[in-house]
Each structure stands twice: as structure tokens, then as C-alpha cells.
Design a binder for this molecule. Structure first.
Ligand code: HEC
Length: 258
């Protein structure tokens, strides 16, 4: 009798183990995105996500517990503009994760939402025959749209490699130097784009950072203890693409508490 029960338990255990591992391997290619209630109510996610998955094999899990998600979709103050409702309220995708693989999947999601096939899907969605959403018009904000041509995951890597010695650049709030503003704090400035495009022209970067096509850092004045940083204009695009996606932090809080 005892033997039988234990066998049975073993079977259960292995069966369970098998299911868990199988689920894990299937789950690798996925991202979790928080959707706002108004989109869930009209089951917009059920319309677009399977189509995205069909194109890219990436599964988007709709996060509802508000605690863990890779990105958030909604009418938000920051993030990448992805589509708008017919009243012109713009929906944006704001990332939270700083994991390079998740970022590159999110980038695919954002690219798809703003691609011809994504836009067609979004505009085809209707309630009782009436269209609900449309593509965002980029005409006025073309510059902003162009910035995201960079590769976010590469931008994160570059920031961690070169900027982290002084700035907090990701969710490791203990990196960086106290007196140096965090990327999240600087992201909340209205003119963050200009600052992140031209940061190498302001002190203290001038002495340490060279831009291969444009500028050679004044190496004579640099103490040899500071390793020089070599970047290209392309690298700056990547950093911009990364910063565009990080969550701005209110400057009301201490600067490094992000
Ligand atoms: C040697 C330390 C150091 C490194 C390395 C460094 N920074 Fe900075 N950075 C600073 C300090 C200090 C300031 C604040 C300057 C000030 O307020 O006058 C700053 C300011 C900035 C600003 C705001 C500029 C402005 O116009 O106010 C940006 C943007 C910036 N850094 C981006 C970067 C990026 C991107 C990297 C990596 C490629 C980087 N920094 C690497 C020390 C550093």
C-alpha cells in the first residue's frame, strides 16, 4: 500500500515537474505589459496581441497585478507614442524593465504597433462597426519619432558601460556618484532630448568623452585615472533610444533616490 502511494506521489511529482519545465521553456519569448482598464473592457488586447504573436512569435502577457510588468501602455505623460483614440488622446508605451532581452522584445512590439501592419490592425478594430483608434500623426513631432531609431538594448549596454560610473542609469540605484543626477531624474526635464544629444559638449564630459566622428576629448587635462570614453554618433542614438523609454522620476524626490 505504502509503495503504491509513494509511486503515485512520485508520478505526480514528476508530472508536475514536467509541466513546470515545459511551461518555462515555452514562456521564454514573452513580455508582460500593463494595459489600462478602458482597453481591457473593450477587449482590445484580445484583438491585437494574437496578431502580434502571429507575426513575431512573441507572446504579450497582460499584467493586471500592478506589481510586475515590463512595460505599461496607456495615456501616459511619457513613453513612445503608439496610437491614439479618435479624440486625439495619445497612448504611449513606457518601459520599466532594464533587461536587454526584454527591451529588445518590447522594441519589436513598439515597432510593430507603429508599422503598417500594426496600424492596419489598430485601425481595423471596431465596436459595432465603428473605428476606435488611429495611428498617431507624427508630422509635428517627427524629430521625436526619429530619435527612437536607435537600438535601446545597445543603449542600455552603453550606458551601463560608460555612464554608470557617475550616473544612476538603470534600476541599480546604488551605482553612480551621489552628486551626479540620475538618468531617471534627467529624463523628467522637458528638454531631456537636447541634453542627451549634446551632453558630451558640457563639463565634465568634455574631458573624458570623445565622439569619433566629431570630437576628440581634451586628453591632456584628464587625469590618467579616468579612462577615456569613445563613442560614435550611432552610440548616442542608441543611448537616446534607451533614455526615451525609461521612466522619468520626479525631481521633487532626492535626485539619487530615483
Ligand atoms: C566622470 C563622470 C561622468 C560620466 C562618466 C558621465 N557623466 Fe554625465 N554628468 C556628470 C555630471 C557631474 C553631470 C552634472 C553636470 C552639471 O550639473 O553641471 C552630468 C550631466 C549629464 C547630463 C546633463 C547635461 C546637461 O545639459 O545638463 C547628461 C544628459 C549626461 N550627463 C549624460 C551622460 C551620458 C549619456 C554618459 C555616458 C555616455 C555620461 N553622462 C557619463 C558626470 C558624468
Amino acid at each position: 500500500m505504502f509503495v503504491k502511494i509513494s509511486r503515485c506521489l512520485m508520478g505526480l511529482f514528476f508530472g508536475f515537474f514536467f509541466i513546470v519545465t515545459a511551461a518555462e521553456t515555452n514562456d521564454n519569448n514573452q513580455i508582460s505589459v500593463e494595459f489600462p482598464e478602458e482597453l481591457l473592457m473593450i477587449e482590445f488586447e484580445k484583438y491585437i496581441l494574437p496578431r502580434f504573436k502571429f507575426k513575431t512569435q512573441i507572446k504579450v502577457l497582460v499584467s493586471t497585478d500592478n506589481k510586475y510588468y515590463d512595460a505599461k501602455l496607456g495615456i501616459l505623460p511619457s513613453g513612445l507614442e503608439v496610437f491614439s483614440d479618435l479624440n486625439g488622446f495619445v497612448y504611449r508605451l513606457e518601459t520599466k524593465t532594464t533587461d536587454p532581452e526584454q527591451l529588445s522584445r518590447l522594441e519589436k512590439f513598439a515597432n510593430w504597433l507603429t508599422s503598417d501592419s500594426g496600424i492596419r490592425t489598430i485601425e481595423d478594430f471596431s465596436i459595432q462597426g465603428i473605428q476606435v483608434f488611429k495611428a498617431v500623426e507624427f508630422s509635428e513631432e517627427k524629430e521625436e519619432a526619429e530619435i527612437f531609431d536607435g537600438d535601446m538594448a545597445a543603449g542600455l549596454g552603453l550606458s551601463q558601460k560608460h555612464c554608470k560610473r557617475c550616473h544612476v542609469v538603470d534600476d541599480n540605484a546604488f551605482a553612480g556618484i551621489d552628486s551626479t543626477p540620475s538618468f531617471h531624474a534627467m529624463r523628467s526635464f522637458d528638454d531631456w532630448q537636447e541634453r542627451f544629444t549634446a551632453f558630451w559638449t558640457v563639463s565634465p564630459h568634455l574631458n573624458v568623452i570623445s565622439i569619433s566622428e566629431v570630437y576628440q576629448a581634451g586628453s591632456k587635462t584628464v587625469p590618467t585615472t579616468i579612462a577615456p570614453i569613445e563613442l560614435s554618433l550611432n552610440d548616442i542614438d542608441d543611448i537616446l533610444a534607451y533614455v526615451a523609454f525609461i521612466e522619468p522620476k520626479d525631481l521633487g524626490k532626492p535626485i539619487n533616490s530615483w
